[in-house]
Ligand binder design. Structure first.
Ligand SMILES: [Zn+2]
Length: 251
């Protein structure tokens, strides 16, 4: 492998060749190739993450293009397939796998088994519960972000060290209508997700374990919220032991 491409990150003392080798061996699956998924996919591929999976059943529409920058010129194509084309263009040295269908209670465990880290870039709470539960059961770290207009949140769930899960924070689903969103908001939080993934894989820095950051890019107010495991969390208390399709309703 030609590491010249990664020179500027290899010269960072706490990353180095060791960090690069860890990225090269890593397998990361990104759920959703939309506004958050675009920067996640861009920075993971450019950094040399060895294998990247992309799950998305949707087609690229013109209304996506204010934020979904990886799909330029591919309106009408499936987003997972378009993302893989983009990855191959950006970095032909890495492997990319498209899952051009919907993630469901029936296929999620089978799909996640082959990957080290899951990055959740979806916009449905029911789907986030499904991803959270599958990652908890498989003990795979999951990096979450959600965005709305100029605001967003991000946190990393390791499902270790007594840390909380997504259900600990949001015990009940709140359904939103299609929200307005600026491209920069998705770009900002997707970039945080890429940073969290790379720190987790190459073991440097401090990840957002047990702390959620919230930022409003309009007022430029930043918050860090400490989050703990909730005593009666259905997942962390062991009540949920398998993926039961009835629990997730219509995703
Ligand atoms: Zn929990």
């Amino acid at each position: 492998m030609n590491w010249k491409r990664y020179h500027r990150q290899i010269i960072i003392p706490f990353f180095g060749e060791e960090g690069q080798k860890r990225l090269e061996k890593a397998r990361v699956i990104v759920i959703g190739a939309g506004g958050l998924g675009s920067p996640v996919i861009t920075y993971l591929a450019a950094a040399g993450v060895g294998r990247i999976g992309v799950v998305d059943h949707d087609k690229v529409e013109v209304t996506n293009l204010n934020r979904q920058t990886i799909h330029a010129g591919r309106t009408g194509e499936n987003k997972a397939i378009s993302a893989v084309k983009y990855i191959h263009q950006l970095n032909p040295e890495i492997e990319a796998v498209a899952y051009p269908f919907m993630l469901s209670p029936d296929n999620i465990l089978e799909i996640f088994r082959d990957w080290d880290v899951v990055v959740s870039c979806v916009d449905s709470m029911r789907l986030r519960y499904l991803i959270n539960d599958a990652c908890f059961l498989l003990k795979k770290p999951m990096i979450h972000a959600a965005v709305f207009e100029t605001e967003g949140e991000a946190i990393t769930f390791t499902y270790q060290n007594g840390s909380p899960c997504y259900r600990c924070i949001y015990p009940r689903a709140i359904e939103h209508e299609t929200p307005g969103i600026f491209g920069f908001t998705a770009g900002f939080f997707g970039t945080i997700q890429a940073a969290e993934t790379i720190k987790l894989l190459s073991e440097f820095g401090d990840i957002l374990e047990g702390r959620m950051i919230r930022v409003d890019l309009a007022s430029m107010e930043w918050y860090e919220i400490k989050v703990r495991q909730r005593d009666n969390c259905e997942l962390c208390s062991g009540k949920i032991r398998e993926i039961n399709p009835e629990r997730y309703g219509h995703i």
